[in-house]
Design a protein around this ligand. Sequence first.
Ligand code: NAP
Length: 422
Amino acid sequence: MSFVYDRVDVPEGGAAIDVVDPESDELDVPEDPIIPIIHGDGIGQDVGPAAQTVLQAAAKATGREIHWMRVYAGESAREMYDENLPADTIEAMKEFKVSIKGPLTTPVGAGFRSLNVALRKRLDLYTNMRPTFHLEGVPSPVSRPDQMDMVSFRENTEDVYAGIEWESGSDEVEAVREFIEEEMGYGDTIHDGPVGIGIKPITEFGTKRLVRKAIDYALENDRDSVTLVHKGNIMKFTEGAFRDWGYEVADEEYGDEVITEDTLWEERDGEPPEDAVVVNDRIADNMLQQILTRTAQYDVLALPNLNGDYLSDACGAQIGGLGIAPGANIGDGLFLAEPVHGSAPKYAGQDKVNPTAMILSGRIMLEYLGWNDAADLVRDALEETIASKQVTYDIERQISGGTKLSTSDFAGHVAEKIHDLA
Ligand code: NAP
């Protein structure tokens, strides 16, 4: 039975996407799916509609139609309903299975907790997937941006992002300090005076389901390796455990399809079996320089939440910055595309910023729907538009001879290009 929406309109046409097999997440996707969209805060009002234009053009060019369902969170939800994350929004995302969102603002220090984190938790979207590849013509701070072709799988629900923390001066923080110092024996570890304390849970359950998603992706997409990125030399029982549980998945669940780097050297002199995925691990600080110095060597990355946040932004910088970098959150049978960038409030409503990250996030969504022909059109049209130097401010300021377009004009050019290419 479908949910009754109090305050949002369900489109009249269109049909719901269904999950055929919860085990494999196989979807039954109609040609006219209803897809909920949150435009988001700040520049969300600019990039959201721009992405809709391009994605609809790609859908129509391949004989389909998306029925958008506007749902609300953040500023727009506060204005309309005086709440941050209405039940209608969560229910629409559950009912229609595949959704897309723009950025949502999170106040620093005080105020409400991140709505992005809340959405990921409420829908149990435990994987944040970020493909990072270079679009020809996009300026980059590195000399060989074309070598970057990594897909990071960041754990989305635990680590220091779990939200278990206590403010300095609160009764709770004093109780936790007392417990740590007196009962757990860490008497000299925390400096005297005001302190804020947070907890970093990393579970076997959370790690293994994330690493499975990364390995499954590598196998399905003919990738060569999955690298577990951790700081287990220092945080032995959290990040070290992430590494160990990751290897357990690789060793115990995939037979000959997956081989660990140690076994590869011990038993095969470094020569992987044909079509097998190699699982290795790197310490996070080393990995941050490896992505610059040995870019081509890495393929799929599996990371705890905080490492994933840092590393995927760093990868994004190598392919042209936040205006370009796409992402998606994936759970069991639920999917939510979202760009890596935030709400950039200083540019809000100016029809100025680059919608490419939001469009490419939508492209991951098209692939998830199995609409690979539409996804290819989006990438080709973006590449041709950028190659013709019709670009937004962030790219125009880095190239010579470019034409600076507004967000909506850029999206219009890409949509036209899709039409020409189809
Ligand atoms: P940000 O909004 O991503 O913006 C930082 C800078 O990145 C901008 O000033 C701009 O650089 C560039 N940029 C971002 N998006 C761009 C685009 N589409 N086109 C061109 N350039 C773009 O990061 P922030 O200022 O740290 O965060 C602002 C708010 O967003 C915070 O409340 C934060 O919590 C939130 N946030 C939300 C999400 C999410 O919803 N998933 C993610 C990250 C941050 P220039 O000024 O150099 O042009």
